[in-house]
Write a protein that binds this ligand. Structure first.
Ligand SMILES: [Zn+2]
Length: 692
């Protein structure tokens, strides 16, 4: 198959000739994207058709391998496009994204509902497959075809296509309303006395936000979760109450244009209908079946077990905060909007952790080179050479070549650490090239953070949270770089959603390792190592507030499950019932502690109703069970001479059993290979102070 429909001067027409097929960002322009996507779609459809209509007897080579080889042009353009729209987005790129979302969804349906391909894969399996990896991948394909509806009759397939389209449209509508709701919730402050207690730069940021909207005074703008950062700093109780109330009422009809309740009940109903069509009790059962959790019962049991001790801890924290409030304002009763403010003060008093004083020890280049890369060297023998000759897609993006201990090239690591106009919030990792033996590709992976760029000539000093994030994202990067499988779509981080956070969470442990800290946490001017006493206080302070954090997370995870454990008949039909449903769902699992509302209420729960983490918000703590159990393995089983597991043998074992495997076999089998048994929950309970 050729890229005949794409002009040869389009830089996406052929695989990049740069090392490791790094996309040639310097040559790619926005006008290259649409024609490349169109050509990529047409090419992959033709490749699928060739498999589907083949008259040869089906074999691994002419069926499974052919499918895994298909779509390389589309893949090239989608990864480049996804990178640009996420990290250097423009209105034009976002328009292309909206335009193609339904086209790409229909492209997927065209594949997964093609019975000719499914039948050929069945025949390959029936003929017998020799090696374990191919057998596993083949079985995954067949299972995914069934999950996507291949066994339905034509009428039901048509119903399914319609439902898929409606669900995608509702998710997009929800996500857009949530953004509108955040904007509508902004609190306009016209009385300056309400700003008491806020730092000067915070006040000027609020004034700037007001000016940006052409308003006078000050404007408090919103972030997605229930907790708004400003509430922790606001000394005036009235402002705390105002901001908190605006936050938790988002989407409930206080602003008609961003009322999400209609969409929620419609979406819950459509998802329940689709699950029934596919033979499941409800949407949550369908999602669980695609993950390592397997069943809704397993998820309910695990979340339920954590709920009671989490709320008990939160209540104990609340009692302490109530005292702190009463000592200042006798007779005053602690309200939900007081929580963050007093928690911050208790934390500072008790642990004397001064975030600002820490930052000079956390300079970006040192954190990456002497911390993140250093740990990877000690564990895996990796070395990193910056390739200034290779260009990223934007100013400040850096490229490193990664080498094995014996000097063999492993892949490329792209670091995009700075915030910029048009870049989405948060931190994430993605692949530009998936490692695959079939295609002869090594991995090219990207880490994104959103660190504020300092003034020219100034060093980039991080917060401790940003240091942890850098180690976390690099854990995903290692999962991508070490991928050693045959098939690209089962490579590296292409694992189930409730497994993918596990290796990245594990990698966070190295930020705390004494030898690693001594290497990277040095004062950027004096070179002095972070004092041990400061480090101890920092470590101790991390356990503070676990009751709150676990409770607000579990409440959201349970809400997500509750909405999706409904049959079509059980979904409320009246949009006005959304809040009552939510209250009842939280009460049923005893997570209805009014001082700690869910991390996201239904009406702005973008993970679940915007799509992506629907019935899947449990994944974070599900992965953390494996993470905490593995941290113990490093510290106990794999440690040697008190090194806490920071050695080549431990790294090699983790790489071999786990990181290199991706989805080339059952991820839980990889886990058992590493640990010699299934994961146990005790280390997680200990870490979060949840032992009953
Ligand atoms: Zn992650």
């Amino acid at each position: 198959m050729t890229d005949a429909t794409l002009p040869a001067d389009n830089p996406l027409a052929q695989p990049s000739s740069l090392p490791y097929q790094l996309p040639d960002f310097a040559a790619i322009r926005t006008e290259h994207l649409r024609p490349a996507i169109d050509a990529g779609l047409a090419q992959q459809r033709a490749e699928w058709e060739a498999v589907a209509s083949s008259t040869e007897a089906p074999t691994v080579a002419n069926t499974l391998d052919a499918l895994e080889r298909s779509g390389q042009l589309l893949d090239r353009v989608e990864t480049v496009f996804g990178t640009l729209v996420s990290s250097a987005g423009t209105d034009e790129l976002r328009d292309i994204e909206s335009e193609y979302a339904p086209v790409l969804a229909a492209h997927q349906d065209a594949f997964w509902l093609d019975e000719r391909i499914y039948t050929r894969l069945e025949q390959v399996q029936a003929a017998g497959v020799q090696d374990d990896q191919t057998a596993w991948v083949l079985q995954r394909y067949l299972t995914d075809f069934v999950r996507a509806g291949i066994l339905l009759d034509e009428d039901d397939k048509e119903t399914l296509r319609t439902l898929n389209g409606q669900i995608t449209a509702l998710e997009t509508e929800f996500a857009q309303q949530v953004v509108a709701g955040m904007e509508a919730a902004a609190v306009h402050v016209t009385e300056p006395e309400l700003l008491a207690g806020l730092a000067e730069d915070a006040v000027s940021a609020l004034a700037q936000a007001a000016a940006d909207r052409g308003q006078d005074g000050h404007l408090v703008t919103f972030q997605l979760p229930t907790a708004q950062a400003l509430v922790a700093q606001a000394g005036d109780r009235r402002l705390r109450e105002q901001v908190f109330t605006a936050s938790v009422t988002r989407g409930t009809g206080v602003d008609a244009a961003s009322d999400t309740r209609e969409v929620i009940v419609a979406l819950a109903a459509k998802r329940a209908e689709r699950a029934r069509l596919l033979g499941y009790d409800h949407h949550a059962a369908y999602v669980a079946g695609g993950g390592t959790a397997r069943t809704t019962e397993a998820i309910n049991t695990m979340l339920g077990r954590l709920a009671a001790p989490a709320v008990r801890n939160a209540r104990a924290e609340g009692a302490e905060l109530a005292e702190a409030l009463a000592s200042e304002q006798p007779g005053a009763e602690l309200a939900a909007w007081d929580w963050a403010y007093y928690a911050d003060r208790v934390r500072q008093q008790r642990y004397a952790v001064d975030d600002a004083a820490l930052r000079p020890y956390l300079e970006l280049d040192q954190v990456i080179g002497d911390g993140v890369f250093y740990a990877a060297g000690r564990l895996y023998g990796l070395t990193f050479t910056e390739r200034e000759d290779l260009a990223g897609y934007a100013d400040g993006v850096r490229v490193w070549e990664v080498f094995e201990a014996d000097g063999t090239g492993l892949g490329l690591f792209v670091g995009d650490y700075y915030a910029r106009e048009g870049k989405r919030g948060g931190a994430w990792m993605h692949n530009l090239v998936d490692a695959s033996d079939l295609l002869g590709h090594r991995a090219v992976v990207v880490n994104n953070l959103n660190i504020t760029r300092p003034a020219a000539g100034q060093p980039t000093l991080l917060t401790w949270d940003e240091v942890i994030t850098a180690f976390h994202e690099f854990g995903h990067a290692l999962h991508g770089l070490f991928a050693a499988g045959r098939y690209p779509s089962f490579s590296g981080t292409n694992v189930p959603r409730d497994f993918v956070e596990y290796p990245s969470q594990v990698n966070e442990m190295w930020a705390w390792h004494p030898e690693v800290i001594a290497s990277f946490a040095r004062h950027h001017q004096t070179g002095e190592v972070l004092p041990a006493e400061t480090l101890d206080r920092l470590r101790d302070s991390q356990s503070y507030g676990a009751g709150f954090a676990t409770t607000e997370y579990l409440a959201a995870a349970m809400l997500d499950q509750a909405w999706h454990q409904l049959t079509p008949e059980q979904v409320p039909t009246d949009a006005a019932a959304v809040e009552a449903f939510e209250a009842q769902a939280l009460a049923a699992v005893r997570l209805d502690y009014p001082l700690v509302p869910p991390r996201y209420r239904s009406t702005y729960f973008n993970h679940t109703f915007g799509g992506g983490y629907d019935a899947g918000y449990y994944s974070y703590i599900w992965s953390e069970v494996l993470d905490a159990d593995t941290v113990e393995w490093f510290r106990q089983d794999a440690a040697s001479d008190g090194d806490g597991g920071l050695n080549r043998a431990a790294g090699q074992r983790f790489r071999e059993a786990l990181l290199s495997r991706g989805h080339t076999r059952d991820p839980l089998a990889s886990y058992r290979d590493l640990r010699g048994r299934d994961a146990v929950i005790d280390p997680l309970l200990k870490r979060r102070g949840l032992h009953s």
